[in-house]
Design a protein around this ligand. Structure first.
Ligand code: CAA
Length: 257
């Protein structure tokens, strides 16, 4: 599949998706987001892919939703076309998705990164919700996922005053897994993704789903979900193999069933 706004490739069971609108700092236009939805769905369905990496370039992961594409939109157009709905594809991906972020991750760019399962940042990464400067607020989770990560006080400053986070600050708040120099952040992300892609696939899928439930359900419901998933894994060949391999002191051979 050929894309106009993305560069997509497969390497060692990792699906790599790069935003490719460098002149617009990878502004997330409706066309780009439609392609991203297709690329994510294609990798999620591809048995040769076990993990997905989403990235931009050194200067910008993405500087937000495309302002030029929505500057003249009416409220009714925004509501009826609900372009943000297409963004939700990322929330339905079953395989782990890592954002490799360098430079600007602003507005919708930051929100998209927060919708991934992990974020690896370069030292130059800068995270923020500058929508207030445009007379709007975040529209893809920037008031919700961010607040859960950094707490009310800082979230208010970020959403109302455009206070930005450095890579190191974002790591301290648990938004970012690791920070690496600009020269190596993408290689390090690919290494991590390769590891993820070689774990037991059914357990990875249920583990991801269960951790995400912690943000959506009450503790009691979340624990019940976890227990069901835990029991279900005993129906897999991989559970038998994983435990036999441990007892026989050899590496496991996962089958994904
Ligand atoms: N949408 C459209 N185009 C954008 C863009 C965006 N979000 N961000 C940058 N660009 C374009 C610029 O218009 C410019 O294009 P031209 O050369 O054609 O003028 C090009 O990218 C380079 O940008 P700058 O000249 O502004 O570069 P800079 O280095 O001076 O500044 C920046 C970089 C601080 C990131 C600045 O571009 C900026 O503030 N961008 C907007 C950030 C923003 O407000 N994002 C939120 C968008 S709304 C949103 O995301 C809603 C949501 O929650 C879903």
């Amino acid at each position: 599949m050929e894309y106009q706004y993305l560069i997509v490739e497969k390497k060692n069971r990792v699906g790599l998706i790069r935003f490719n609108r460098p002149k617009a700092l990878n502004a997330l236009s409706p066309e780009l987001m439609a392609e991203l939805g297709e690329a994510l769905e294609a990798f999620d369905a591809d048995p040769e892919v076990g993990a997905i990496v989403l990235t931009g370039n050194e200067r910008a992961f993405a500087a937000g939703a495309d302002i030029k594409a929505m500057a003249n939109a009416s409220a009714v157009e925004m509501l009826m076309n609900d372009l943000i709905q297409r963004w939700e594809t990322i929330l339905h991906v079953k395989k782990p998705v890592i954002a490799a972020v360098s430079g600007y991750a602003l507005g919708g760019g930051f929100e998209l990164a927060m919708a991934c399962d992990m974020i690896i940042a370069s030292e130059s990464a800068q995270f923020g919700q500058p929508e207030i400067n445009l007379g709007i607020i975040p529209g893809f989770g920037g008031t919700q996922r961010l607040t859960r990560a950094v707490g009310k006080a800082l979230a208010m400053e970020m959403v109302l005053l455009d206070r930005r986070l450095s890579a190191e600050e974002a790591r301290q708040f648990g938004l970012v897994n690791h920070v690496f120099p600009v020269e190596t952040y993408l290689d390090e992300t690919m290494k991590l993704a390769r590891k993820l892609a070689h774990q037991a696939p059914v357990a990875v899928r249920l583990g991801k789903e269960a951790v995400n439930k912690a943000f959506e359900l009450s503790l009691q419901e979340g624990l019940a979900f976890e227990r069901r998933a835990f029991h279900l894994l005993f129906a897999t060949e991989d559970q038998k193999e994983g435990m036999a391999a441990f007892i026989e002191k050899r590496p496991p051979q996962w089958k994904g069933r």
